[in-house]
Design a binder for this molecule. Structure first.
Ligand code: 9WO
Length: 256
């Protein structure tokens, strides 16, 4: 997988993606990163990449031409590296919300390349979006100061799905959300922390009981915190039983 990012702050992307899972995956050759600064493609002596908005109003708008040049350079590098498909994305609150399914689609093709366009200022000239962007992706219903952090979030989500990116523990841990459920709670030493004990089942050594408890917690927390995720899913008889137990147990606790 090859990912290129068009950004005014390339160091933000190279530095942040060098840590942890994404950094190791890159060292292992599971993905390649390219960064392209539209300022390097500006044609005037001042290397201008923004200008005032037509129609007036505050702030500046990123000009189409330097962005188009940077995107073209990224695509050339991708083709030369042998990419079989090249997709250009714009990170925008106006995009399609990012989901696990969408991440898996992006991560699914080994010889695919993505170009992520990160905007700054008030945004990008719409004509650049209309001409060059294949997909607009949102990472949440909020506005941030630039597309770089959303791009990094997308990169992290994709790269951790590439075969070989995660160790066994990390792979097991993420299975829960892949199934559309939230994670169960985690505990480590000490056994007593300020009078709060670790749930006894976790100390029991009964691995079947532990698995069952964790599953129950996952289902229960999802039901309480994200009922929309439960509604999208069909629960097996076993899962329904676990969820009923959870409901009874938590109801007892609140009325005690
Ligand atoms: C900002 C905006 C606000 C309301 C409706 C649509 C909008 N589009 C943009 C936009 O594209 N802004 C550019 C990128 C320039 C300013 C910083 N940018 C940005 C991207 N802010 N927030 C995002 C973003 C991207 C993906 N998911 C959530 C937020």
């Amino acid at each position: 997988m090859r990912i290129d990012v068009v950004t005014l702050f390339p160091e933000m992307v190279t530095h942040a993606s060098a840590y942890g899972v994404t950094g190791r995956a890159r060292e292992r050759g599971l993905w390649q990163l390219g960064v392209w600064n539209p300022r390097d493609f500006a044609t005037d002596a001042y290397r201008t990449i923004d200008d005032r908005p037509y129609g007036g109003g505050p702030g500046m708008v990123m000009m189409a031409a330097p962005l188009a040049q940077a995107i073209a350079a990224a695509r050339n590098a991708q083709r030369e590296a042998g990419a079989s498909s090249v997709t250009t994305l714009h990170l925008s609150p106006a995009g399609t919300p990012l989901t696990h399914e969408r991440v898996m689609e992006f991560a699914g093709r080994r010889d695919a390349a993505l170009t992520l366009v990160a905007g700054r200022y008030e945004g990008i000239d719409q004509r650049l979006i209309d001409r060059e962007i294949d997909v607009e992706v949102s990472v949440g219903d909020f506005v941030v100061s630039g597309g770089e952090l959303p791009a990094l979030l997308l990169i992290d989500a994709i790269v951790r799905q590439l075969p070989g990116a995660l160790n066994d523990a990390q792979s097991a841990q993420q299975d829960s959300f892949a199934e559309g459920l939230l994670d169960c709670p985690h505990y480590t030493r000490p056994e007593q922390y300020g009078g709060d004990a670790v749930p006894p089942v976790l100390l029991s050594g009964d691995h079947a009981a532990i698995r069952r408890w964790r599953r129950k917690q996952s289902l229960g927390r999802t039901w309480q915190r994200r009922p929309d995720l439960i509604a999208r899913r069909t629960l097996s008889k076993e899962e329904q039983a676990l969820l009923s137990e959870y409901a009874v147990e938590t109801t007892k606790r609140t009325h005690a």
